[in-house]
Design a protein around this ligand. Structure first.
Ligand code: NAD
Ligand code: MG
Length: 344
């Protein structure tokens, strides 16, 4: 094998995913007679990094049926059966967000926790917000952030309160010495079979948490965000194809998808990007504390083409990618992760 060709291949491989890496490098290695990485399904890059082995996404995580379970809202990840995977043992960083300062709402569990762990491992300092009842979940996240040698600060409080939203941003800016990543991720989801079952109080609760709080937080954050900063909203497949039992929640996710697109246009001249993540069914506390009926929970994720729900860890790299500076031309975009179903 020609050495130049060998190196060209290796350099190409360095920038590709594990599966492609394994395919591209295997003929080179086996013909040279050296220890074949194909034997253990690992590929080694020119930089000496070892890629993760290929995994079949179908079998990677638990499938339904799930054990019936219910927790009082807002529920703890630590008490779910099985426990969700937020990337605690799997996410590996590579310095993509070194020195960045992130505020993540709902950072104690679910997608917010997966993003918080990944951001810290990519080199960012992270403030997480959550409800006081979720302190034990938050403590686990803060310990993982600190283990990376990054600053991890918890600021509990209820986002339905405008004054608290402003204070949250102010305190986060003080704790971090600035702010350049804002992940508006917290949300309220309660299943109601009929619109007639939704009281004005419940409706207000959902709208305050999912629509007003991001409005208040983004307004408070904007004066602090420098060019290059990013705002990421967690929307949902519900924004595009709403379920009959999620009348109020689904319309707030449509609102999130919509504000991502309007704010992206408004803030592009300031050099601030705004993007969204649209998960499909993901195994998180929101689903076991009134977010689904027990019947739906037992079969959760069954309808997705992969036949299982996603785990928060499977979305971590999306939050990283949307925050990273090399995604500099992506704004007003919504990135889906729904196991083959849903939109966008
Ligand atoms: P989760 O329960 O882990 O996270 C939601 C968080 O919202 C909670 O941890 C809580 O800290 C926070 N929160 C709720 N009300 C609050 C309030 N009044 N004040 C402060 N914090 C409050 O569940 P998750 O599924 O990871 O949810 C994260 C985001 O993902 C939400 O925006 C949700 O709409 C979205 N989403 C989830 C799914 C799914 O299947 N789990 C699918 C699509 C979208
Ligand atoms: Mg939580």
């Amino acid at each position: 094998m020609d050495q130049n060709n060998h190196f060209t291949r290796r350099q190409v491989v360095t920038g590709l995913g594990a599966s492609i890496a394994a395919m591209a490098i295997s003929p080179v290695i086996s013909r040279s007679g050296s220890l074949s990485p194909v034997m253990n399904n690992h590929a080694t890059t020119a930089a000496g990094n070892t890629a993760a082995p290929l995994e079949n996404p179908l079998n990677k995580y638990p499938k339904p049926p799930f054990q019936p379970q219910s927790q009082p809202w807002p529920a703890l990840a630590s008490k779910m059966i099985p426990k969700p995977d937020h990337g605690e043992t799997s996410y590996k960083g590579s310095g993509r967000l070194t020195g960045r300062k992130a505020l993540i709402t709902g950072g104690d569990s679910g997608m917010g926790r997966a993003a918080a762990i990944a951001y810290a491992r990519e080199g960012a300092d992270v403030v997480i917000n959550y409800l006081p009842d979720e302190q034990s979940d938050a403590d686990e996240v803060l310990a993982l952030i600190k283990k990376e040698g990054r600053k991890g600060v918890g600021i509990p409080g209820d986002l339905r309160d405008e004054a608290f939203c402003k204070k949250l941003v102010d305190d986060a800016v003080k704790a971090l010495g600035g702010l350049d990543i804002l992940v508006s991720n917290a949300a309220r989801q309660q299943s109601h079979e009929s619109i007639l079952d939704i009281s004005s109080e419940q409706f207000d609760w959902t709208i305050k948490t999912n629509i007003y709080a991001p409005f208040w937080i983004i307004k408070a954050a904007l004066p602090h965000l420098p060019p290059g900063a990013v705002i990421i909203g967690t929307t949902s497949v519900q924004a595009y194809d709403p379920s009959p039992n999620l009348y109020d929640y689904a319309q707030t996710k449509a609102a999130t998808m919509n504000f991502v697109k309007s704010l992206a246009k408004q803030l592009a001249p300031k050099g601030i990007r705004v993007n969204g993540v649209a998960p499909g069914p993901i195994w998180t506390p929101l689903q076991v504390s009134g977010g689904q009926t027990m019947e739906k929970l037992k079969k959760f994720g069954e309808d997705s083409p992969m036949g299982r729900p996603g785990q928060p860890a499977e979305l971590a790299s999306i939050y990283v990618q949307l925050a990273a500076s090399d995604a500099s031309f992506s704004t007003g975009q919504v990135y889906g992760a729904a196991g083959g179903g849903g939109q966008p």
